[in-house]
Write a protein that binds this ligand. Structure first.
Ligand SMILES: Cc1ncc(COP(=O)(O)O)c(C=O)c1O
Length: 339
């Protein structure tokens, strides 16, 4: 593992904030140049201990195996800063996939090797064989369920990569709560090179709150803590997530509603003229191929229904998030008027 970490990060003296130097809760706090008045006048807990304690119970991992980020987009960006030397190292992404892996690579001046997924959006074994011993490749990103295709990546292929690739395997499970497949979290401790990211933005309905998570081994998490901005998750955001965790029943009900709506939407779309293919989905969205994806996308916009045109990555496709019952009914009504 030590060989994978950038030298400057290994040697970095991290910023010691006031809350690092004095860890107690009681006393008169005159150490952080805060304003003594107000409700939100104090800096938040930099290590989000309460939140991690809750997650540790729910997810059955140690608190020191958890990193909380300002959305999982921060989790992705910090990954580059820990492992990838700008202008030298590379990462692998399996395309089409979530765009931020590449954007973050660009920001960090890291080269991206793109390996196309198969026709049914799976990872083909021979496709990555040639790269397994290249020491400049530091990370392989596997998004499962994958965005924008919606399918989960076969576990056999993921396991093969975890066992044979010497670099970091980053499994993005942003949509895992909508899937029938199990999270890799149960097997976290089997693989020293595994980082799993999850988020509160999707199944938990807290996209505005910006809280993402990385689960890994204690050493990798300690590097995450070393490079993160001191107070990267606000107190308000931590509280919001803690509140949601208290009411996990609400989340389960919402997921089950979304899954029911997904099934209904698939059925309804099958009867629509111009629909060529509905890709199987393990997520809260569908990727749909139309005879003319660009036209459907624009026509829907005119009708004030905003979808995501993915025709530039998968020909003639539009990605549609599952909405409420009323929203989905309106979508089907409008789409049938177009076709
Ligand atoms: C696969 C995937 N990962 C991560 C994210 C970003 O999540 P967050 O809101 O936690 O930054 C998204 C958002 O769409 C996503 O699709």
């Amino acid at each position: 593992m030590k060989n994978l970490i950038r030298n400057n990060i290994k040697n970095l003296q991290p910023y010691a904030c006031a809350r690092d130097e004095y860890k107690g809760d009681e006393g008169i706090f005159l150490d952080a140049n805060e304003n003594p008045f107000g409700e939100n006048n104090r800096y938040p807990d930099p290590y989000q201990k309460e939140l991690k304690a809750e997650l540790s119970k729910i997810k059955n991992v140690e608190t020191n195996q958890i990193f909380i980020g300002n959305g999982s987009d921060e989790v992705i960006d910090l990954l580059y800063r820990i492992f990838c030397n700008p202008g030298k190292d590379k990462v692998i992404v399996f395309t089409p996939t979530y765009g931020m892996y590449e954007v973050s690579a660009g920001i960090n001046d890291v080269e991206v090797i793109k390996i196309p997924l198969t026709e049914d959006f799976q990872i083909e074994k021979v496709s990555y064989d040639a790269y397994l011993n290249d020491e400049t490749i530091k990370v392989m990103f596997i998004c499962s369920p994958n965005n924008p295709t919606g399918n989960s990546i076969d576990n056999d292929e993921i396991e093969d990569i975890l066992k044979r690739f010497k670099g970091i395997v980053f499994i993005d499970e942003a949509y895992i709560d909508f899937s029938t497949k199990e999270s890799w979290l149960k097997r976290l401790n089997e693989f020293p090179n595994l980082i799993i990211s999850q988020t509160f933005s999707k199944a938990w309905g807290l996209a505005a709150v910006r809280v993402g998570i990385a689960y890994s081994n204690e050493e990798i998490i300690s590097y995450y803590n070393k490079v993160k901005p001191p107070y990267n998750v606000s107190k308000l955001n931590q509280e919001c997530v803690l509140e949601a965790l208290k009411n996990s029943k609400k989340q389960e009900e919402e997921i089950s509603l979304i899954l029911k709506e997904r099934t209904k939407l698939v059925e309804a779309l099958k009867g629509i003229n111009g629909v060529v293919k509905i890709y199987p989905s393990d997520a809260n969205f569908l990727l749909i191929e139309f005879q003319d994806g660009n036209a459907i996308y624009s026509d829907l916009i005119e009708r004030k229904i905003i979808t995501r045109n993915r025709s530039s990555v998968v020909k003639n496709t539009v990605r549609i998030s599952i909405g409420t019952k009323e929203e989905n009914e309106k979508l089907i009504k409008e789409i049938s008027l177009i076709s």
